[in-house]
Ligand binder design. Structure first.
Ligand SMILES: Nc1ncnc2c1ncn2[C@@H]1O[C@H](COP(=O)(O)OP(=O)(O)OP(=O)(O)O)[C@@H](O)[C@H]1O
Ligand SMILES: [Mg+2]
Length: 244
């Protein structure tokens, strides 16, 4: 009896969390619209003021520009928040992930060549068909690879390794970039944590959420000046409780 109550309690808790997520998503959406109207109105106001010589040479335009920049920043944050709040349900397929990984790397090859980054790919052919959501997994992988490329501004090597384990499979994404300081490593998965100018700090939060929703885990090892390794550990079959 008591275990049933706990189960019911969990389910209720889950539901209210879902409801909160939906509410927060709706709120973010509602805030985005007036922000965009404010941005457009300010742009028009700037255009009007630019024609008035006295105002054009004063501090008025730079101040309006600053407000526009802040509005754009808020719009980006809300956009990223919506990406997490509207996390789609898993669309699980039985597929060999090696093919998808190779396709994703081939898609990024021109960008890597431009950045003088060599790609190495070691696929374990023993993985075979495993259960995962290909679109979400591609997104999770892209976020890791993009971060790796951004960390190798002077070029380097991007290595992607897959490994078959008994009831699991693993993917490692390794770069020879600038690495992550130990005190920063604790925070990189936090939503909106970023050290990059123009970054929103959402990539790793989304990647971790995707992997954990598959019942998997993500691990980070990094040494400053040497590089960074992210290891994704995923079950071959997504457990019932992790399924939507
Ligand atoms: N491979 C890496 N090498 C060095 N630092 C990294 C690496 N991956 C992540 N980081 C650090 O973790 C922070 C958070 O990464 P995350 O992908 O979540 O956000 P972002 O790249 O800053 O912005 P976004 O991905 O939303 O555009 C980065 O700003 C960077 O400091
Ligand atoms: Mg990123």
């Amino acid at each position: 009896m008591s275990s049933n109550n706990t189960e019911l309690g969990d389910r209720d808790g889950d539901l209210s969390l879902k409801r909160m997520g939906a509410l927060a998503g709706a709120l973010a959406h509602e805030i985005k619209n007036p922000l965009s109207t404010m941005n457009i109105s300010l742009q028009l106001l700037m255009e009007d003021l630019e024609t008035k010589p006295q105002i054009a040479s004063s501090q008025v335009l730079p101040r309006i520009r600053l407000v526009c920049d802040e509005i754009r920043h808020l719009e980006r944050i809300l956009g990223s928040f919506l990406e997490i709040a509207r996390a789609p349900i898993l669309d699980l397929k039985d597929r060999d992930p090696n093919g998808l990984i190779q396709e994703t790397l081939a898609f990024l090859a021109p960008e890597c060549a431009l950045k003088k980054v060599d790609i190495r790919n070691h696929c374990d052919g023993a993985i075979g068909a495993v259960e995962f959501d290909p679109d979400l997994f591609r997104q999770a992988l892209l976020n890791l690879v993009r971060n790796a490329l951004q960390a190798m501004e002077q070029g380097g090597t991007l290595t992607v390794i897959t490994r078959s384990l008994d009831a699991a499979w693993e993917v490692e994404v390794i770069d020879t970039g600038k690495g992550i300081a130990p005190n920063v490593q604790e925070r990189v998965f936090d939503p909106f944590f970023t050290t990059r100018k123009g970054g929103t700090g959402i990539g790793l939060a989304v990647t971790r959420s995707v992997i954990e929703r598959h019942g998997g885990s993500i691990k980070l090892q990094s040494a400053q000046g040497l590089g960074t390794r992210f290891t994704l550990h995923l079950p071959r079959k997504v457990a019932q409780r992790a399924k939507p």
